[in-house]
Design a protein around this ligand. Structure first.
Ligand code: NAP
Ligand code: HSE
Length: 328
């Protein structure tokens, strides 16, 4: 059976999840695609850390070990921050690899350039996991276009924030305790500043804006507020009035093509479609001219939901058994 050789950049919560799913679903993937998937190399920062055993796979801290391997077809990227991720992925595209990324910090800024570069090189860039974890929002919006015109996208785009707000309301725990739990569960970033400060949701909103509207607003024109401004007293007072705080990212386009975005905590009542979305779940409402309003809800962070989105991306790149694997 032909084999597809992949590398995984980053072996933390998400990278390890990709490896686990590829192993757990080995036979099903072979049946579906007619290919075996071989994880050839894993890139980490610190090779001395104790990790899940990955027999037959090289674990390296040198990206050149991966970029110089002409056999690698697909690069999964699950490292942290804009750089060196952007450079690594640009180099991988240049070498003719398909890329699949979860890195929204990098993709919000460099996604358009990577997509252009990949089109020129005849390879694919998949980024489902950058936005709303396991919720297939990228695929859904792509599927709607161009038959539908998107007018507005809004929703809960940060799992950590929603988890913390839910814990504060349901269990009356402090912000700090709830954040520690989100970190232990692998929802929060290693540095959670951007989760609780709203920047993480903002970046996801910019990724959705580029996809849905073909452009992003000037970043400095979008007000960004985090849930770090919400106290346990605020949450309690809201509950007493049958209201809830939700951290909502919202972007819309007017008839002149002008984008209007905002990110921040919003107090909502029982009649709001996001009222019942609790825990680590994300929810996105997409308003379009023909379909109307479509809502997607599901796990917005964590090892398996995120890695599942990335493995689904891989399956899309490979195609079904009858189709041909799209190498360049
Ligand atoms: P993580 O647990 O902190 O793991 C990051 C991994 O990347 C580690 O294995 C680390 O190596 C490696 N790494 C970081 N910088 C590197 C560098 N410069 N060179 C080589 N390796 C490097 O992070 P994560 O939660 O898996 O998240 C990974 C990416 O996915 C991030 O961009 C994150 O925003 C995104 N994401 C996360 C989730 C989630 O639920 N966690 C969901 C969607 C998207 P060491 O192990 O040696 O330190
Ligand atoms: N830290 C992010 C969140 C991970 O909590 O939503 C998913 O992107």
């Amino acid at each position: 059976m032909p084999s597809i050789k992949v590398a995984i950049l980053g072996f933390g919560t998400v990278g390890e999840g990709i490896y686990r799913i590829l192993n757990e679903r080995k036979e099903e993937i072979q049946q579906e695609t007619g290919h075996t998937i071989d994880v050839v190399s894993i890139l980490v920062r610190d090779t001395s850390k104790v990790r899940l055993s990955t027999p037959g796979t090289t674990v390296t801290d040198n990206i050149q070990d991966i970029l110089s391997n002409a056999d690698i077809d697909v690069v999964f990227e699950a490292i942290v921050g804009e750089e060196p991720a952007y450079t690594y992925l640009s180099d991988a595209i240049e070498k003719g690899c398909h890329i699949i990324t979860a890195n929204k910090t990098m993709f919000a800024k460099h996604g358009p350039a990577l997509l252009k570069h990949a089109e020129f090189r005849g390879v694919k860039v998949c980024y489902e996991a950058t936005t709303a974890g396991g919720v297939p929002i990228i695929r859904t919006i792509k599927g709607l276009l161009p038959a539908d015109r998107v007018q507005r996208v809004r929703g809960i785009l940060n799992g950590t924030s929603n988890f913390i707000l839910t814990k504060m309301r349901e269990e009356k725990v402090s912000f700090e305790v709830a954040l520690q739990e989100a970190q232990a569960l692998g929802y929060a970033e290693a540095d959670p500043t951007d989760d609780i400060g709203g920047k993480d949701a903002f970046r996801k909103l910019m990724i959705l804006s580029a996809l849905a509207f073909g452009k992003q607003p000037d970043w400095k024109d979008v007000p960004v507020v985090g849930i770090d401004s919400v106290t346990i007293e605020d949450v309690k007072a809201a509950s007493e009035n049958t209201c809830r705080y939700r951290h909502i990212a919202d972007i819309s386009i007017d008839e002149n093509g002008v984008l209007q975005g905002s990110v921040g905590p919003v107090l909502i009542g029982t009649d709001h479609p996001l009222y019942g979305v609790d825990g680590v779940d994300n929810a996105i409402i997409v308003d379009t001219d023909h379909l109307g309003a479509l809502t997607l809800i599901g796990p917005g962070a964590g090892m398996y939901p995120t890695a599942s989105a990335m493995v689904s991306d891989l399956l899309q790149v490979i195609g079904k058994r009858t189709a041909t694997f799209a190498t360049n």
